[in-house]
Design a protein around this ligand. Structure first.
Ligand SMILES: [Cu+2]
Length: 194
């Protein structure tokens, strides 16, 4: 009986040690070795708080940018708007997220004026700089603030790819900046009907 208790105790100890190692190994967020993606709690342009889990069941097009962007962001939002149009009824299965990397200037009202202009279905998201940085890192995206000519002015160089996430939050691919709306729509259609 005593021997059995010792064995049980030893097994319990091994399980405990293994479990604590597993906890330590579980990353808090995606590291470079993992597929792009990230948990998040952000704020939509209409003021709603949203998390990544709110979008489960939908395909996601995720884009990082900022509303003061002179070219890349307006072009990409036009691309996304066109993709939604090309998808027709299947657009119901897709949510398009525009995540600002410039929360200091991109408040709810600024996002609400900018994002739906391209298509009312596109959701502008902002949040704390810390949360945004974490999401950017999780998606293996990048941005760099570039000082402008006048005091305090700046532009931001940023990743211009559109990320495609599946209904379970899984990474399905990324569309480089030059990808045509037709190609993106075709890819989405194929994976929606899978
Ligand atoms: Cu931009």
């Amino acid at each position: 009986m005593v021997a059995q208790q010792k064995v049980a105790h030893a097994i319990a100890m091994i399980c405990f040690v293994l479990a604590s190692h597993l906890v330590m190994l579980a990353p808090a967020h995606a590291t470079s070795g993992e597929a792009p993606g990230s948990r998040f709690i952000l704020s939509a342009h209409d003021g709603r708080t949203v998390t990544d889990e709110d979008f489960r069941g939908s395909h996601l097009l995720v884009f990082f940018g900022y509303t003061h962007c002179p070219d890349v962001c307006p072009t990409s939002l036009m691309t996304i708007a066109r993709v939604l149009e090309l998808l027709g009824d299947q657009a119901k299965s897709v949510k398009a997220l525009f995540i600002t990397v410039d929360p200091a200037r991109d408040t709810h009202s600024v996002l609400a004026e900018f994002v739906p202009y391209f298509d009312p279905r596109i959701i502008g998201l902002t949040g704390s700089q810390e949360m945004i940085d974490r999401v950017v890192k999780g998606y293996h995206a990048k941005y760099t603030k570039v000082p402008g000519k006048t005091d305090g002015s700046y532009t931001i160089d940023h990743t211009a790819a559109i990320f495609h996430m599946g209904p379970n939050g899984e990474y399905l691919g990324r569309f480089p900046f030059e990808t045509t709306p037709e190609d993106i729509a075709a890819k989405l259609k194929a994976s929606i009907t899978q």
